[in-house]
Design a protein around this ligand. Structure first.
Ligand code: FES
Ligand code: FES
Length: 222
């Protein structure tokens, strides 16, 4: 099993959202038949792992009749994006802003790979329309380490060597850090409830639970 565990340097990249191409490439070689949740789908088609030479395609996202400018706040910065109001936040993050730490898995709120925080609440960005975001504060995996809970979760993830292939892990970390921010000492039931929507095909669930417990620390040590 050791060959399935990413080396420490790779794990650090994943934890900060820097894992795009390598992991996506390794996953895509598994084939769609073995990984149906990763099959491209959706209005914008679909391939959030598009190569750099297709960057120009991003321009087309805002070329529809309904495209308009939206001002959104991501990781403390304000961005103006020209897209249709029903464009999923995930596409804006990945295809317009180039922030690829947030992953595309199912596009149907079924896997949790696309989880981000909107005003501190963990949401599935694949079904969150950009027109519904308003001036909410969006936080992604690229900046979660700047929050107290996120830093604790990331340290625990490294200490417990949670990551295997890594594809689901940015979403896992976002859900875990949202849980820890609102509940300093989650029970097993709290953890199961908060993490139940995040699927890991590598089966890292036990290590995720242990890492969340480590990050929470013993009661009375706050
Ligand atoms: S991509 Fe699977 S829940 Fe959003
Ligand atoms: S670590 Fe591979 S899918 Fe979760």
């Amino acid at each position: 099993m050791n060959n399935l565990i990413a080396p420490a340097t790779s794990r650090r990249k994943i934890l900060s959202g820097g894992m795009g191409v390598a992991a996506a490439a390794s996953l895509s070689t598994d084939g769609a038949a073995s990984l149906p949740l990763l099959a491209p789908r959706g209005r914008h088609d679909g391939d959030p792992r598009r190569p750099a030479e297709q960057v120009e395609d991003k321009r087309s996202l805002g070329s529809g009749e309904d495209a308009m400018a939206f001002s959104i706040k991501v990781n403390g910065n304000t961005h103006s994006v020209d897209v249709d109001a029903d464009t999923p936040l995930l596409w804006v993050l990945r295809d317009v802003l180039g922030m690829t730490g947030t992953k595309f898995g199912c596009g149907m709120a079924l896997c949790g790979a696309c989880t981000v925080h909107v005003d501190g609440v963990a949401l599935r960005s694949c079904i969150t329309a950009i027109g519904s975001v308003g001036q909410s504060e969006i936080t992604t995996i690229e900046a979660i380490g700047a929050t107290a809970a996120g830093a604790q979760i990331q340290k625990a993830w490294l200490d417990r060597e949670v990551v295997q292939c890594g594809y689901c892990q940015s979403g896992q970390i976002m859900s875990a850090s949202a849980l820890l921010a609102r509940n300093r000492h989650p029970t097993d039931a709290d953890i199961d409830d908060a993490m139940s929507g995040n699927i890991c095909r590598c089966g890292t669930y036990l290590r995720i639970r242990e890492a969340i417990k480590q990050a929470a620390g013993p009661i009375g040590k706050d």
